[in-house]
Design a protein around this ligand. Structure first.
Ligand code: MF3
Ligand code: CO
Length: 247
């Protein structure tokens, strides 16, 4: 079942979205060689709580932290720990916050110090693919229009989109229907309706799209060891262009 949100629910989601975007800015400012992902996690948790929110991820399906921190060939769901960031790494940070029982979710990939031109390009293409996709996130269009246009843009730049992990509806539950793949056919899937809320989140690999899960039960990595980037926002479907509540 796909639910449409009330105006009051959307207001709460916007408050959660504001906290999420501020956390991502705080993390960006603190990313430097030598800091551990656990320290970044602590910053995020403290900030969310201080702001009147609740970390969405902590305890979700048993996940142990506030952020996911995924480095280089790690795609998503990296667990914060004592690993120190190194010059030239790229790190994807994913974070969710909950206000009044409503969630918002977003992710960015950041550079640590000086990164390779290829890594720079990967980050840019991943971000742009989100914006290419959500041009079609308009009431009356179909879900596949978003998916297709993300994939088309990414592949036109020579990269690949992960198939095994997808975006999702979001609201009172963190993961709601529908699934929002970053690949597929235009003109198929459910019809988008005003005030549906979606987390659109392309995960893009430099090499092949296949991923595998580490023995920690969480971290996904690229099968071929190539770099991966992630860009996500929570959006509200409108009659015109969607509202992005985590920018
Ligand atoms: N943003 C991630 C997702 O949509 C959230 C992972 S939360 C976790 O899948 F707790 F399950 F890791
Ligand atoms: Co998500």
């Amino acid at each position: 079942m796909i639910n449409v949100k009330s105006e009051a629910e959307i207001l709460s989601m916007k408050r959660a979205g504001k906290i999420v975007s501020e956390v991502l800015k705080l993390i960006k400012e603190n990313i430097k060689e030598g800091i551990t992902t656990k320290e970044l996690d602590q910053l995020a948790e403290d900030y969310i709580i201080k702001s009147g929110g609740i970390p969405s991820f902590k305890g979700l399906y048993g996940y142990p932290a506030t952020i996911c921190a995924s480095i280089n060939d790690e795609v998503v769901h990296g667990i914060p720990g004592l690993r120190k960031l190194r010059d030239g790494d790229i790190i994807s940070i994913d974070v969710g916050a909950c206000v009044d029982g409503l969630h918002a979710d977003a992710a960015r990939t950041f550079a640590v110090g000086k990164i390779s031109p290829l890594a720079e390009q990967l980050i840019k293409v991943t971000e742009k693919s989100f914006f290419e996709g959500i041009k079609y996130a308009v009431a009356g269009r179909r879900l596949g229009d978003i998916s297709y246009n993300i994939q088309k843009y990414v592949e036109s730049r020579g990269f690949s989109v992960v198939r095994d992990l997808v975006g999702h509806g979001i609201g009172r539950k963190f993961h709601e229907s529908p699934q929002v793949p970053n690949f597929g056919k235009a003109g198929v899937g459910i019809r988008l309706i005003k005030n549906m809320t979606l987390a659109v989140e392309p995960m893009v690999n430099v090499g092949r799209y296949e991923v595998y899960q580490e023995s920690d039960g969480w971290t996904f990595k690229t099968l071929d060891g190539s770099l991966s980037a992630h860009y996500e926002n929570t959006i509200v479907i409108k009659d015109g262009q969607p509202e992005i509540i985590t920018l």
